[in-house]
Design a protein around this ligand. Structure first.
Ligand code: GRF
Length: 213
């Protein structure tokens, strides 16, 4: 008997264009799992409206309401588990979770980063790629571990930096790639297609083209 994939929680902090890509893929069945809840670390962000329009429950776990990262993390994980989520997807979520999240969701937290890790970790990845003068940057989707923007890489795709790029134009092209790569990786996770072996993630089925570039 085929096991029904667990639903996921999607964590956001902002406009939620990547959340929209996940909602659209869930709607067509391409995501292979349901989105049980959307959790934001602040109220009033566009991503919460996107979730509401798709009839997906939302919760605000306000970063400012907690004295410690550990307490904030517990509240986020509690909310996700209350809605039955078996994994969490950080889609433009700008907070760092405490290690207890990885204990509660082992190899089941996926993050999206707008650069080719290990280059340019942190919150200014697009700006730093421009400042550094690289000709290629891109997108990384990876499992979350105890270090920031560091865990086992699920897939990467390159984006060329053009001579006239500023942070806005480059980020727009990066986001176009994100909107396909993230749902593809989440669908693979939902299928049980991703096997974590140390720092390496093995795809049970043929790896997507982006991974072998
Ligand atoms: C994405 O580009 C992501 O890589 C970065 O923040 C952005 C979030 O965009 N960490 P959105 O909220 O999904 O539109």
């Amino acid at each position: 008997m085929t096991k029904t994939p667990s639903p996921i929680a999607v964590l956001i902090s902002g406009s939620g264009s990547n959340l929209q890509a996940l909602l659209d893929a869930a709607e067509t069945g391409d995501l292979g799992c349901d989105i049980a809840v959307v959790i934001s670390d602040r109220s009033g962000v566009g991503g919460l409206d996107r979730a509401a329009r798709a009839d997906v429950p939302t919760e605000v776990v306000a970063w400012s309401a907690f004295a410690t990262r550990a307490a904030f993390t517990d509240a986020v994980c509690d909310a996700a588990q209350r809605w039955g989520a078996g994994g969490m997807v950080l889609a433009g979520f700008m907070r760092i979770l405490a290690p207890s999240a990885m204990e509660r969701f082992p190899n089941a937290i996926i993050n999206l980063h707008p650069a080719l890790l290990p280059s340019f970790p942190g919150a200014r990845a697009v700006e730093q790629a421009l400042e550094h003068g690289v000709s290629l940057t891109g997108v990384t989707v990876h499992f979350v571990d105890e270090q920031v923007d560091h865990g086992p890489i699920i897939a990467q795709e390159a984006v060329a930096v053009l001579p006239d790029d500023d942070a806005e134009t480059l980020h727009a092209r990066i986001q176009n790639v994100e909107h396909t790569l993230l749902p593809t990786c989440v669908a693979a996770f939902a299928r049980g297609d991703l096997v974590v072996e140390g720092r390496h993630v093995r795809w049970r089925q043929t790896p997507i083209a982006a991974r072998s570039q």
